[in-house]
Design a protein around this ligand. Structure first.
Ligand code: BTN
Length: 250
């Protein structure tokens, strides 16, 4: 995959910009990166605080050969790649909070927003957007208690461009492996190495009813396996529920 990079000092949202470019036909693997976003988007309709503070905001465009039903895996593949890049940078406390937040010392440093767009004729493309708090000193009131930055956790200055190239290196490798077999088992061991909620009790916030269980890992579709109190193992699909620790965010 070649990563054609589109660089912006300031943009509304790299996900939105890349979507506009994708409609015009730019190629698989293209990346939009910005120093600042005026309308950064988070999951579940939330906003993503995006000041110009040495943080990393980027999105990658994918035009996968496999069916759109597998596209949610791309979020997990990105989470894995970010965790690997942090780890390589010396951040040994980087963990994935399933499916796709990266947490350091119990606080969130990175969020991922994946958006899928169907095209006339049945084709589709996917935008995987990544926001990483690196250098900002402040957070909004709403997220202050659960967010942190890489600089704060690791000390020193972290170069966002270098971080981007490391993440893309791992993403390209992981994506290529996954694309070959379209089975997440090939990356499972690697993913579970970083998985924060493995073998811990979690609350599953399912719209059909909240329940508690022990997270056992992920299956070949990247779904979380949760063992309920009665011993039954249920699979939890990332799109519909979120998972919390029993004491709060992690
Ligand atoms: C989350 O809510 O955890 C996901 C946050 C994703 C933020 C990134 S920043 C780059 C890209 N552009 C956006 O507007 N959002 C994503």
């Amino acid at each position: 995959m070649t990563n054609q990079i589109y660089y912006y000092e300031i943009i509304d949202s790299t996900n939105e910009e890349l979507k506009r470019l994708a409609e015009k036909g730019i190629s698989h693997g293209s990346v939009a990166v910005a120093k600042e976003q005026t309308a950064g988007k988070g999951r579940r309709g939330r906003q993503w605080y995006s000041p110009n503070a040495g943080n990393l905001y980027f999105s990658i465009l994918l035009r996968p050969p496999f069916g759109a039903d597998k596209a949610s895996l791309l979020t997990l593949i990105m989470a894995l790649s970010v965790a690997q890049a942090f780890y390589e940078n010396g951040c040994r406390d980087a963990r994935i909070k399933w499916p796709n937040d990266i947490v350091v010392n119990g606080r969130k440093v990175c969020g991922i927003l994946t958006e899928l767009q169907m095209q006339p004729g049945g084709d589709y493309f996917v935008i995987v957007g990544v926001g990483i708090n690196i250098g900002n000193e402040e957070f909004t009131e709403e997220i202050r208690h659960m967010a942190t930055t890489l600089s704060r956790e690791m000390g020193g200055t972290i170069d966002s461009r270098e971080m981007l190239s490391k993440i893309l290196f791992y993403f390209n490798a992981n994506y290529t492996e996954y694309e070959r077999v379209t089975d997440f088992s090939i990356l499972r061991e690697r993913y579970e190495f970083y998985l924060l909620n493995k073998d811990v009790t979690v609350n599953v916030l399912d719209p059909k009813g909240e329940f508690r269980g022990i997270a056992k890992g992920v299956n070949e579709d990247g779904e979380l396996l949760v063992e309920k109190e009665d011993g039954n193992i249920v699979t939890v699909y990332a799109g519909e529920v979120s998972v919390r620790g029993i004491y709060g965010y992690v």
